[in-house]
Design a protein around this ligand. Structure first.
Ligand SMILES: [Zn+2]
Length: 208
């Protein structure tokens, strides 16, 4: 990735936080000139933890980077390449302020900072994506648990507790299904609790 322009230090990126991309910083460095190409980097303790390539065009910036899809097995890398529109507003004393237009579908909010993510988007879009992905995740766990309950001959509904071993089922099979059931119930309940605001920051399988 990269290979042209000089590396610019963008900010710290040590944890599972989203990488911030601040258009004001880029502008302050005098980089928002059509035709400019440069890399933007995130560092943690002086080690580069992420790099993207940017190319400035009139009224927009093309982002280019590789993203690892961690929400599925294998974690395949994919190349991301898309434009983000710029917007300028007057700020009173004859100066102008520059903004990103959030590139997420149906958004277009005017923001100073985009966050990546598989996709760079405004904070609000990430929040919504996080919530809907998490709900889908919980729903899957609930459905799986219910299927296992069916195989075990237990009353439907994960809140109904566990039941006995069905007649004729091997103990090992029973224990295996029981364990699977419990794991899925735990996931589903954690999701429900989080939705109700009881727990936060438990699941990190977030990908935009
Ligand atoms: Zn947005």
């Amino acid at each position: 990735m990269g290979g042209f322009g000089s590396g610019r230090r963008g900010g710290r990126f040590c944890t599972d936080d989203l990488r911030p991309l601040d258009v004001r910083k880029i502008n302050r460095d005098g980089l928002l000139t059509p035709g400019r190409r440069f890399n933007w980097q995130w560092t943690c303790n002086d080690e580069v933890t992420g790099t993207i390539s940017l190319r400035v065009e009139t009224g927009r910036v093309l982002l280019n980077y590789r993203s690892q899809n961690t929400s599925f097995n294998g974690g395949e890398w994919e190349t991301m390449n898309y434009p983000v529109s710029l917007d300028w507003t007057d700020c009173g004393f004859g100066g102008q302020r520059v903004w990103w237009r959030c590139p997420a579908v149906g958004c277009g909010r005017r923001v100073a900072v985009l966050y990546g993510g598989r996709v760079f988007a405004c904070r609000e879009c990430h929040r919504l994506a996080y919530r809907s992905q998490r709900e889908a995740f919980d729903d899957r766990a609930t459905r799986r648990a219910d299927k296992l309950r069916d195989r075990l001959g237990w009353e439907p509904g994960i809140l109904n507790g566990t039941g006995w071993k069905p007649k004729g089922m091997h103990w090992r099979t029973f224990e295996r299904l029981h364990r699977k059931h419990d794991a899925n119930v735990e996931t589903a309940l954690a999701g429900m609790a989080a939705k109700l605001g009881i727990l936060t920051g438990q699941l990190k399988d977030f990908d935009f």
